[in-house]
Design a protein around this ligand. Structure first.
Ligand code: ADP
Ligand code: MG
Length: 277
């Protein structure tokens, strides 16, 4: 099975009491390969969260289909396997913490899966190590920083041994230090543990580090490709209402005013090197 996530002509229509029908997803075609790190960006209301919720069957397609590791999300007999394959992490760490002690919180998922206690203990230790939070095992989650709480939430998902993590703006409520911790943790899980990552963000500097960037606008995928190919299209991204990484934008305006800067510059370091030439 080459694709862990496969969406084909996937549409989702919400029926809203006030607004009537809202077509939040409009014929999405998207595949995510095993081991990939895909960033999803798009303005507020473009359908990112709706799409993410299809990847572990929290929402079902109105039309089209969504397969997770080959399993159709519409077939209820797959629900359990799908939820174990794809773990979700949301924006607000406080809403994801359920216990008063870190280790109990991380154990909550595997306990619900009926995993035996010695195996749970092993998984808790492993998951906390994977997010660099071993030393907080017996701490109270509510006393941790936002970034640490979000890493505990990720550990709780990891303890269920998912093959794919879908993170919906996991850093939106964090300070710069917390953002950095969470992104570094997720990147490490991808590179070293081979966990597939779908990472929704409105921080362009985070999306720059992905293998592939998917840009959404009004329920559709309007751009898709490696970060360099996406973030060099400064005018187009701005027209969609998105920010551009600062370095990419500076490079763009320098180029327009005749300074020779390569098209491929999208990070601060690359810009510094290009300008020092
Ligand atoms: P994003 O995550 O990119 O901000 P969402 O997926 O949350 O976008 O929303 C996409 C569209 O669907 C928006 O127009 C939003 O108002 C609408 N929407 C989201 N959730 C619901 C819901 N539960 N009921 C009705 N409309 C919704
Ligand atoms: Mg959202």
């Amino acid at each position: 099975m080459e694709h862990i996530i496969y969406a084909e002509n996937l549409s989702h229509v919400y029926t809203d009491a006030d607004e009537g029908e809202v077509r939040a997803l409009d014929s999405i075609n998207l595949t995510v390969r095993h081991g990939e790190f895909v960033a999803v960006i798009g303005a507020n209301g473009s359908g990112k969260s709706t799409l993410a919720k299809h990847f572990n069957a929290l929402l079902l397609p109105t039309s089209g289909r969504c397969l997770v590791a080959g399993m159709d999300t519409k077939m209820s007999e797959h629900l359990w396997d799908i939820r174990q394959t794809v773990g979700m992490v949301f924006q607000n760490p406080d809403n994801q913490i359920v216990a008063a002690i870190v280790e109990e919180d991380v154990a909550f998922g595997p306990e619900n899966l009926g995993v035996a206690p010695p195996e749970i203990a092993r998984r808790v230790a492993e998951a906390l190590a994977a997010v660099g939070m071993e030393e907080y095992r017996y701490h109270a989650p509510h006393l941790l920083s936002g970034g640490q709480k979000q890493r505990i939430a990720i550990a709780g998902v990891l303890a269920m041994r998912p093959r794919c993590l879908v993170l919906d703006e996991p850093t939106a409520m964090l300070d710069p230090q917390g953002r950095q911790e969470v992104l570094a943790t997720v990147r490490r899980l991808n590179k070293e543990e081979g966990i597939t990552v779908v990472y929704i963000t409105h921080f362009m500097e985070e999306a720059v580090t992905a293998d592939r960037v998917v840009v959404m606008e009004r329920g559709r995928i309007v751009m898709e490709g490696p970060p360099r190919a996406i973030f060099s299209q400064v005018e187009r991204l701005k027209a969609i209402g998105l920010d551009v990484p600062v370095a990419a934008e500076v490079a763009h305006y320098l180029r327009r005013s005749g300074v020779s800067v390569p098209e491929q510059v999208i990070t601060d370091d690359e810009l510094a090197v290009a300008l020092c030439r």
